[in-house]
Write a protein of this length. Structure first.
Length: 161
């Protein structure tokens, strides 16, 4: 009996995961199809985009504080982007140990292509949805995200009861 009820239910986590995967794949396919050179692993593409949009100098310590990653994880990401030629670590005057992270021309080209592809996918998947319905979709998704984030507190309160 329980199994039938479970199977007949809409499982939001599964639906959202499937939609998210399809959207990520569509963006990746588009970037690869429009590729003009070396590709950045999409796993690190968001970090490259973040770095490109910063107006002030960025250092690895800044990223550690901002994103709360373990040092080793962030170091691996920075190393991948550096070895791939998407960023460079440039010494700062007066302190040879401190290195500013700078996006290279290859990195800027990738970010531009990725942002164009993300916009193209967004436009395509929302093409038949009126703006007011899109606002509702975003509102509902934000509420789902917030509820999921608060679920840990809910479970802890239930344990106390």
């Amino acid at each position: 009996m329980i199994k039938k009820d479970f199977d007949n239910r809409i499982h939001l986590g599964f639906v959202l995961d499937c939609a998210s995967r399809e959207i990520r794949n569509a963006v990746s396919r588009g970037i690869i199809a429009n590729s003009e050179g070396q590709q950045c692993n999409m796993k690190y593409g968001w970090l490259l985009g973040y770095l490109e949009r910063q107006e002030d100098p960025v250092f690895q310590k800044d990223l550690e504080k901002k994103f709360h990653f373990p040092k080793s994880t962030l170091a691996d990401m920075i190393q991948y982007l550096d070895k791939s030629g998407f960023i460079a670590k440039v010494p700062v005057d007066g302190d040879g140990r401190k290195k500013q992270i700078v996006v290279t021309e290859a990195g800027k080209n990738f970010v531009s292509a990725a942002e164009s592809q993300i916009s193209a996918v967004d436009d395509y998947i929302s093409k038949d949805i009126p703006p007011e319905q899109m606002e509702l979709v975003v509102e509902v998704l934000e509420k789902l995200r917030s509820n999921a984030a608060n679920y840990k507190s809910y479970i802890e309160l239930k344990k106390e009861d």
